[in-house]
Design a protein around this ligand. Structure first.
Ligand SMILES: Nc1nc2c(ncn2[C@@H]2O[C@H](COP(=O)(O)OP(=O)(O)OP(=O)(O)O)[C@@H](O)[C@H]2O)c(=O)[nH]1
Ligand SMILES: [Mg+2]
Length: 198
């Protein structure tokens, strides 16, 4: 399955393009790329950039598509699905757990739904850590036309398969951790250092 990494955000909370900030000598987004590639069911990775950062991201050596919509994650997803079914994650997720990714893809294949998305017991969804079918793209196209950019609502309306997060290994939850602020970046550096010390 294709792994698509959304990388066209504005990094407003961070200040400037967070995806190129280094953790352990490596740009934040490369942590997401390399972890996603480690999943057995992912056979290639593509980055969904904005016009602003496409050239820099191409310099990392991966395929890049440009999202010109700039309407948020729904637009990035819409572009990604032009390549076919995709497991979609955010570029600011440096702790992705490959086994979890494989689990979601397995559930997606098994259930044959348009979307397979992790859900917390309180109903909260993790749409940037989910599997989507090419067919879902048509539905997104209608949503975009009517300027309804709420991805969670679109997913709920699509009769998705839900992956219950609390029923899965607790160690997998770090997979959702995403860097939004400079404080988050310091936190990941800390987590990595503690792991390396062990
Ligand atoms: N292609 C694409 N990616 C997006 C878009 N909006 C957000 N993303 C990506 O989706 C991921 C999660 O988004 P956020 O955590 O909100 O990141 P952000 O939008 O850069 O940051 P904030 O401006 O602080 O919200 C990040 O990897 C973003 O790069 C978009 O319009 N297009
Ligand atoms: Mg984020």
């Amino acid at each position: 399955m294709l792994g698509a990494i959304l990388a066209g955000g504005r990094s407003r909370r961070f200040g400037d393009d967070k995806l190129l900030y280094r953790i352990g000598g490596k740009p934040l987004i490369l942590h997401a790329v390399e972890r996603l590639e480690t999943a057995r069911r992912i056979d290639e990775v593509v980055l969904i950039a904005s016009k602003n950062n496409a050239e820099k991201l191409r310099g990392l050596g991966y395929d890049v598509l440009v999202d010109e919509l700039m309407i948020g994650p729904m637009g990035g997803l819409y572009i990604a699905l032009s390549l076919g079914d995709a497991l979609v994650v955010a570029g600011d997720m440096p702790l992705i757990v490959p086994e979890f990714v494989d689990y979601i893809i397995r559930e997606f294949r098994k259930n044959g739904k348009a979307v397979c998305v992790p859900r917390w017991d309180n109903g909260y969804l993790e749409p940037l850590h989910a599997a989507y079918s090419e067919e879902f793209r048509g539905f997104l196209g209608e949503k975009i036309k009517s300027r309804d950019y709420a991805l969670n609502r679109a997913i709920r309306e699509s009769n998705p398969c839900y992956v219950s997060i609390e029923a899965l290994p607790e160690e997998w939850r770090v997979s959702f951790f995403n860097v939004n602020t400079r404080e988050d970046l310091r936190r990941v550096r800390g987590i990595r250092e503690r792991r390396l010390e062990r």
